[in-house]
Design a protein around this ligand. Sequence first.
Ligand code: NAD
Length: 503
Amino acid sequence: MPDGARNLQKYETYIDGKWTAARSGKTFETYNPYTGEAWALIPDCAKEEVDLAVEAAARAFESGPWSKMTATARGKALRRIAGLIERHAEHLAQIEVRDNGKLISEMLAQTKYMPEWYYYYGGIADKIHGQVVSVDRPEHFTYILKEPVGVCGFITPWNSPLMLATWKLAPALAAGCTAVIKPSEYTSASLLEFMRLVIAEADLPPGVVNVVTGTGVNAGEPLVTHPKVAKIAFTGGTLTGARVSELAAKSFKKVSLELGGKSPNIVFDDCNLEDAVSGAISGIFAATGQTCIAGSRLLVQETIHDVFVEKLVAMARQARLGDPSKFETQVGPVTTPPQYKKILSYIDIAKGEGANCVLGGGPAGKEEGGGTYFVKPTIFTGVDNKMRIAQEEVFGPVLSVIKFKDEEEAVRIANDIAYGLGAGIWTQSVKRAHGVAARIRAGTVWVNTYRAVSFLMPFGGYKASGLGRENGAEAIESYLQSKSVWINNGPGGGNPFVMKTSG
Ligand code: NAD
């Protein structure tokens, strides 16, 4: 519904299978980062809506039709979701671009790939088996049941809203859980479109998937602290993750955290130079550097450092800035005004620390294809791994190039960081590839490629990059819990004051 003269699209949120405004009547504007203009109004929800959503999810989990549905029927529901995403992939990608400013080529690749998660976990739904265990008491029949944990709260960031919600929702639904999702206040629209076009049409019982839009403090915290939420799956910044984890601990929730990164992309002198240059570019300038797995520390062996940097700068200089809704654009705007300021402040910090700016180093104006929230692709050389520009996550198109002498030093620098999300290795030596991959403390290591993800491969962080894994068969475990059942087929009795052991 348009908003008067400004013609803003007015969204409602989706709770218990119904569309609703915030009880307060409040909304907030969401912006197109390319034009800098507001284009839609999002309900500004708070505790009241969180309570309604969690109660709906709890009813659906405990007594609604979802709780009685067979695992096979749940699997079919996930496949219906997949089919609906396939039908609407293009529209969903366009909304993502309008709301978060990422490239249409990237967002379309994501929305077209998203159905695979629902097909994959839909297939797993009725293959979740418990286990019969032969314990050391022959008179007992003992088995383990795998049960869904319950209502899950999902909190997502602004950089890939639908993809990151999918990584949580697909395994959770397959396990039999229900969900309340709180998207980023900067990019809520695509999830609301997803609810309208996909979830509301997938014939799911009411309350199985709910959305509460709003800020982290007003809507996120009540979700994290709600007593009926059994698990929180959070993706976002490391500091926010620590706060979420602390709050969730008070009610003993299960928590998984996908947090920030400062990933090393390591170029050895035996690499294929052209591939490595392209990999370094994709590591930092794809998605305007706004990706948790950005290869923002480029470690280059000193023997090829100068020639590598020359090629890198030449290629990065060619990057086409512009309208993210156009397929030919390679670098789009920064998504949020605070993030834009943060990136520029890190460029100043790097200059102040004595790093050598060999490309970019500031805002990109209209004449360069940029606009309100554009930052030039920026490369710093002469970076020492102790500098803040090497240690802190910028989350923008800013690359730190660090020289190393040999393999030993490369591994030491790569691991000398609080984070451990991803790493890249560029080498033609199989021995070196396996050896270095084994020594890097990160959840994902790519060799001669970068930024590859799949529904089949676990994803997550070591150290301050997070807890737990999303994707792959193991992700379903974080939405399940084990129940041990003991059936005594033998005589009763025995000493009631002594624990029943076999000893
Ligand atoms: P953010 O931490 O500011 O916000 C993430 C989400 O948390 C938002 O929905 C926000 O509203 C909510 N939130 C904020 N404060 C909260 C609180 N006190 N309680 C509950 N919820 C709260 O992150 P962002 O700026 O939206 O996203 C960028 C960050 O996300 C980067 O650090 C990036 O590395 C990280 N990220 C990680 C992954 C991963 O898979 N590891 C993927 C994408 C992004």
